[in-house]
Design a protein around this ligand. Structure first.
Ligand SMILES: CC(C)(COP(=O)(O)OP(=O)(O)OC[C@H]1O[C@@H](n2cnc3c(N)ncnc32)[C@H](O)[C@@H]1OP(=O)(O)O)[C@@H](O)C(=O)NCCC(=O)NCCS
Length: 185
């Protein structure tokens, strides 16, 4: 396995990965193109990373992480900057993190995230905001964020109901809750 920057040439392969792992259509091609651009810093530093199978070159993981100044909110609109210890323009954003099911629980998620944190530090960010998926299988979303050091800000019930996609948990339109969290870096 290899961790490397998410490049524009990866977009089609990443779309297949997110359709399979997150849910069909959770990311459109246009949104992934925009997400890759939001990962570019002022001097071309890329803060989003992919986990790639070194043998057959398929995508096995994705850490989308947006640069300070390149994002206004996550997939949903709910955001509480009034409760953060830093301001929006100083903050990077952890969008989705997904690891292929057969590789979960092997620390690839934290390793991908650590790469993004290093880039955020280098561009002078003071913190990171994310929306944890409260109902994630095995509570893996909350557990990896807590392990990295994220602090809970507030819960947003029905956060994902604004997004039209079928939840991989139960095959119905997603009604899941998010937990907004921050990390000072
Ligand atoms: C969340 C996710 C990206 C974390 O990446 P990861 O490489 O699995 O991270 P870790 O190996 O650190 O595992 C995180 C925790 O979940 C647990 N976990 C992960 N997969 C598990 C599994 N299949 N069965 C049981 N526990 C599991 C781990 O034991 C670990 O807990 P611990 O550190 O308290 O022991 C990954 O598990 C995943 O893709 N989950 C499904 C999608 C998801 O929830 N994404 C986050 C949306 S914001």
């Amino acid at each position: 396995m290899q961790i490397r920057e998410f490049l524009s040439s990866d977009i089609a392969a990443v779309k297949s990965f997110t359709d399979e792992q997150i849910g069909q259509g959770y990311y459109s091609l246009e949104e992934l193109i925009a997400s890759q651009k939001k990962s570019m810093g002022p001097n071309g530093e890329i803060s989003s990373f992919v986990l790639v199978d070194s043998v057959n070159h398929t995508i096995k993981g994705l850490r989308l992480a947006f640069q300070p100044g390149q994002w206004a909110h996550g997939k949903g609109a709910k955001l509480r900057p009034d409760l953060w210890p830093f301001s929006l323009h100083e903050a990077g954003y952890f969008q989705s993190l997904f690891v292929a099911s057969e590789l979960q629980g092997q620390n690839w998620g934290p390793r991908l995230s650590q790469k993004s944190i290093e880039v955020f530090k280098n561009v002078g960010a003071n913190g990171i905001i994310t929306h944890c998926w409260k109902e994630s299988p095995n509570n893996s979303s909350f557990r990896y964020l807590q392990k990295i050091g994220f602090t809970v800000i507030i819960e947003h019930p029905l956060y994902w109901s604004d997004i039209k996609y079928i939840c991989t948990r139960d095959g119905t339109p997603c009604q899941c809750t998010s937990i907004e969290m921050y990390l000072k870096i």
